[in-house]
Design a protein around this ligand. Structure first.
Ligand SMILES: Cc1cc2nc3c(=O)[nH]c(=O)nc-3n(C[C@H](O)[C@H](O)[C@H](O)COP(=O)(O)OP(=O)(O)OC[C@H]3O[C@@H](n4cnc5c(N)ncnc54)[C@H](O)[C@@H]3O)c2cc1C
Length: 592
């Protein structure tokens, strides 16, 4: 497998030429103080070095060795603890963290690109800091000042890690039925009792302490999602002076044997009257957890993109190198027995699909990250509200569409290798195995689609959707004539999505099954249309610069491929949505 090289050129293009983020930062005082285009470039350059040089080389060995469980302790594969230390000492765990508690304070649009690099280098490794950063976000937004001061600095510093304990054996999607209990104690703490499963990084040897964020129910809690509270449960209790105290009975009963991400410890966690501290208000735990989830969900989407990028880098190198058959139009490498497979139309189709999906995904995830930054840092309440609604609308799309394409692209990358793609030593099959979980965890992609269609589109009466659609229309209508080859199909795509949205809103009034029947295909129509917007923006930034260097010519060629070959997928998806729910209910359960 090719070494991983962070796509710094494309990242800079997205930040500086497509979105001109420095202008956004200059308008947001909290960011203007900490970041400008030069700082951002330097940070990404350094991240490229640590991910390519330290983390990527552990990807395959980590997969082969996996995590090991013994007597409640979990060891990560050889090299992981040292690499994690290097990563933490570089400040990378706290790159987006609050500077008041020792974080670097970088905007999400920067930390998102760092996340892409880490996950492309090594998805299993990337999960440990990602969960920690997410836990910090929830604590920073909802915990008491005392908890923040006590826990955040060591978490940002990567000395302690975080985990997110939601799932129970009988409760995954439906967290309203969790059974873990929290008993209030006289000193204001709680005793937490219950079993959580599938907990990423619940136990490991990378850090001195692990801070679990645990969903549990108070004795008098109402039934369902409105009766869930959030607790901080440390592996080791922390003394007043900050030193580590007694071992809390929050222990790892076993780890799962999985299809992929072998170097990520997926733990069964037993809480046996473990000491915990409430985070936020009683019974408002799900809301507190959602602060973390919007960031995590974008992060999981980025894992899909990252896997596709890693796969693409290897596939391109292989396709230039591997010789088989002659080009349909006649020999190209006349001095060789056959031509490199990159001459074949089908190999080009696969590579270009990967490239268009990856670069479209990079632009889209950066765009969503900018909305998160605006929602967090803008001083204008109206601007903040619009950005929050855009985040709400686009987060399920980012999570599900980027990961669905992540699987498609890694399978293409594997296919480019032919039989070698199925053989472990080439690394492509690992990427397919590893990326598969991204469609499942952090809310399955089916649930993301329901969230988009049900809660965000129908739930807001179409208002959130209108923000996004109006922005695209304003761009397409105002663009110069030389962009017409991109903006005309973009206008048609948004008109199609408008019409489809109205169709589903209307049908949903009479039949409760219509939303669930439409949602996955609807999310895909939405995703392809959103990527068309990204590709039109990228084309605008590249047009006229083709002569300067190959980067721009390649960008425009890929934009043309996207509009010619990928955007038309919306037509068959639209037809599926419009077929409605009837055919899903022709069989009763016994007839399956
Ligand atoms: C490797 C790994 C790591 C994980 N890490 C963590 C972690 O760190 N912390 C944590 O708390 N959890 C974690 N999880 C759990 C993960 O988030 C859940 O597995 C996931 O949310 C799905 O829940 P479930 O497995 O119970 O599936 P179920 O909820 O049983 O769903 C089964 C199927 O039914 C569908 N379904 C369910 N309800 C509906 C509905 N209303 N409408 C339509 N379809 C529906 C789902 O989409 C899915 O296809 C992890 C899981 C794995 C495998």
């Amino acid at each position: 497998m090719a070494d991983y090289k962070a796509p710094l050129r494309d990242m800079r293009f997205v930040l500086n030429e497509v979105f001109e983020v420095a202008k956004l930062w200059a308008d947001l005082p909290a960011l203007a103080e900490v970041v400008d285009a030069d700082t951002a470039a330097a940070i990404l350059e350094e991240a490229g070095k640590v991910t390519g040089g330290v983390i990527a080389p552990l990807n395959r060995s980590g997969d082969e060795e996996g995590c090991q469980w013994k007597d409640g302790a979990v060891s990560t594969p050889a090299g992981f603890p040292e690499a994690y230390k290097t990563f933490a000492e570089g400040g990378w765990v706290g790159v987006g963290g609050d500077p008041v508690y020792g974080g670097m304070g970088m905007p999400k649009v920067i930390s998102a690109q760092v996340e892409e690099m880490v996950n492309a280098a090594n998805l299993s490794f990337g999960l440990y800091p990602m969960l920690t950063a997410g836990a910090c976000l929830s604590l920073n937004a909802h915990a008491s000042e005392e908890l923040k001061e006590k826990y955040l600095p060591n978490m940002y510093a990567g000395v302690w890690a975080g985990s997110m304990c939601l799932t129970e054996p009988h409760a995954g999607t439906d967290l309203g039925i969790i059974r873990t209990k929290a008993e209030p104690q006289a000193d204001g703490s709680y005793k937490i009792t219950g079993t959580k499963i599938f907990i990423t990084g619940g136990e490991h040897d990378l850090t001195e302490n692990i801070i679990h964020l645990v969903l549990a129910k108070l004795p008098d809690a109402p039934a369902g999602p409105k009766g869930i509270s959030l607790f901080l449960v440390p592996k080791f209790l922390v003394n007043e002076d900050g030193s580590l105290g007694a071992r809390n009975p929050a222990t790892c009963g076993s780890i799962e044997h999985k299809m992929g991400i072998q170097a990520s410890a997926t733990c069964v966690m037993n809480f046996d009257e473990a000491v915990g501290y409430i985070v936020g208000e009683p019974n408002k735990g799900l809301a507190a957890m959602f602060t973390m989830m919007n960031y995590e969900r974008l992060g999981v989407g980025i894992q899909g993109l990252a896997s596709g990028e890693r796969s693409y880098q290897s596939a391109v190198e292989y396709a230039r190198d591997r010789i088989q058959s002659r080009a349909p139009t006649g020999p190209v490498a006349k001095d060789k027995a056959a031509d490199p497979i990159i001459v074949h139309p089908d190999v080009r189709r696969m590579l270009l699909t990967m490239k268009a999906a990856n670069e479209g995904g990079r632009a889209f995830s950066s765009y969503v990250a900018m909305q998160l930054d605006t929602a967090k840092f803008s001083e204008d309440a109206t601007v903040r509200k619009r950005a929050e609604e855009m985040v709400a609308l686009l987060t399920p799309v980012a999570k599900a569409f980027l990961t669905d394409l992540g699987l498609e692209t890694t399978v293409h990358g594997q296919q480019v290798f032919g039989g070698h793609g199925f053989i472990r030593e080439w690394g492509q099959e690992q990427l397919v195995r590893d990326v598969r979980i991204t469609q499942i965890y952090e809310g399955t992609n089916g649930i993301q689609a329901l969230d988009l269609m049900g809660r965000k589109v129908v739930g807001s009466g179409g208002a959130f959707y209108k923000h996004f659609a109006d922005e695209i229309k304003a761009f397409a209508n105002g663009a110069s004539a030389d962009l017409a080859e991109f903006t005309e199909p973009l206008k048609a795509a948004i008109a199609n999505l408008d019409e489809l949205t109205a169709w589903v809103l209307d049908r949903a009034k009479n039949n409760p099954n219509e939303i669930g029947a439409a949602s996955v295909e609807y999310l895909h129509v939405f995703g392809y249309t959103a990527y068309a917007y990204m590709w039109a923006l990228m084309a605008r930034a590249a047009l006229g610069k083709e002569g300067q260097d190959d980067f721009y010519a390649s960008k425009l060629g890929t934009a043309r491929f996207y509009f010619a070959r990928l955007l038309p997928r919306i037509h068959s998806l639209t037809a599926s949505v419009k077929a409605g729910s009837e055919s899903l209910y022709l069989l009763d359960a016994a007839q399956f």
